[in-house]
Design a protein around this ligand. Structure first.
Ligand SMILES: Cc1cc2nc3c(=O)[nH]c(=O)nc-3n(C[C@H](O)[C@H](O)[C@H](O)COP(=O)(O)O)c2cc1C
Length: 320
């Protein structure tokens, strides 16, 4: 499929997730067959005031593409200027966050607060589209709240502004990430638009990915939480979509190898102090469902270096 002029090799994408989808994890997911990866959300205003840190924040990497950088903000002029400033960096698509429900983001008029204003949505997209050459996409929710289920209206505004695709997360802002995602709204947006629509919410397996494609008609699926500590989901989903065959879950030794590699990449990228601490969160995800959960959790919170991580992986994944 194409998003604007960017060719995407398959229709299974990894959701942008702050604190999760940094460069090391994006690289691992891409290697497992993910079709498109997204950065963590990056503040356009932050870039505006602190351009020296731009590159590190977005973690661009020539080897891990196609890659979408996600910006958040609500001032069309700043969004357009920042998009222009980063245009020559090695990424392919600019995505605009119109779904973040966090109070500190919404209070500034950013993230899902934009769901309240179709005019502003159109203006923001149009400002970014006209300032630079890369395709622009938006990621929206089902609606601002239960009284304003307006994903179709917002998606149409983005399309008028020149967006090349729209991702719909089938929950309202007050739902955050709880409750069941509404896939009907994804179907409604798909019927209303003539640009690709990416469906998001509650894809947890190859079968649910297939079900979302079939029931909504969306062009691609985006996987969030089910990809935490589970990069194999991309291989398993793409294989199932292409062949109808279910690949087995990864073995414990496959998992152990990936965890060690992930930790090394994170430490190389962020240094030992930050890398190890951030790896604790990923270890929590990777070890979900393993026996001895509470002992393991306590141990995860005390790992201080690569050696500690290796001991933990040997003990809980390999039983050594
Ligand atoms: C830890 C975490 C961080 C997230 N950060 C972002 C973000 O930076 N930008 C964004 O658009 N959505 C973010 N999301 C929302 C996801 O992209 C996705 O829309 C949501 O998790 C629903 O998909 P799922 O049911 O597959 O998890 C985040 C979600 C989680 C759980």
């Amino acid at each position: 499929m194409y998003i604007g002029n960017v060719e995407i090799k398959n229709n299974v994408f990894m959701a942008p997730m702050a604190g999760v989808t940094d460069k090391p994890y994006r690289t691992i997911c891409m290697e497992m067959g993910c079709g498109l990866v997204y950065s963590e959300m990056v503040s356009a205003k932050g870039l505006f005031y602190n351009s020296a840190n731009t590159e590190k924040l977005m973690d661009c990497d020539e080897g891990c593409r196609p890659y979408a950088v996600q910006l958040f903000g609500s001032e069309p002029e700043i969004m357009g200027k920042m998009a222009k400033r980063i245009e020559d960096m090695p990424f392919d698509i600019i995505d605009v966050n119109m779904g973040c429900p966090a109070p500190k983001i919404v209070k500034n008029g950013d993230g899902s607060a934009l769901m309240q204003s179709p005019e502003l949505v159109e203006e923001i997209v149009s400002a970014i589209v006209s300032s630079q050459k890369k395709p622009v996409t938006v990621k929206i929710r089902k609606g601002y709240d239960d009284d304003n289920i307006n994903a179709v209206e917002i998606a149409l505004a983005a399309q008028r502004g020149g967006a090349s695709a729209v991702t719909v997360h089938g929950r309202t802002r007050p739902q955050f990430y709880s409750g069941k995602a509404d896939w009907e709204i994804i179907k409604d947006v798909k019927s209303a638009l003539n640009i690709p629509v990416i469906g998001n919410g509650d894809i947890v397996s190859p079968e649910t990915a297939r079900a979302m494609l079939d029931s909504t008609g969306c062009d691609a699926v985006m996987i969030g939480r089910a990809a935490e500590g589970n990069p194999w989901i991309f291989e398993r989903v793409t294989h199932f979509i292409n062949t109808g065959e279910l690949l087995p879950e990864p073995s414990r030794s496959q998992k152990a190898q990936t965890v060690i590699r992930h930790a090394r990449m994170l430490i190389d990228f962020k240094g030992e102090y930050i890398g190890v601490r951030e790896m604790r969160r990923h270890l929590g995800y990777y070890t979900k469902g393993l026996p001895q959960a509470s002992a393991m959790r306590a141990e995860i919170n005390t790992v201080m270096n690569m050696e500690d991580i290796k001991i933990l992986v040997d003990r809980y994944f390999l039983g050594i």
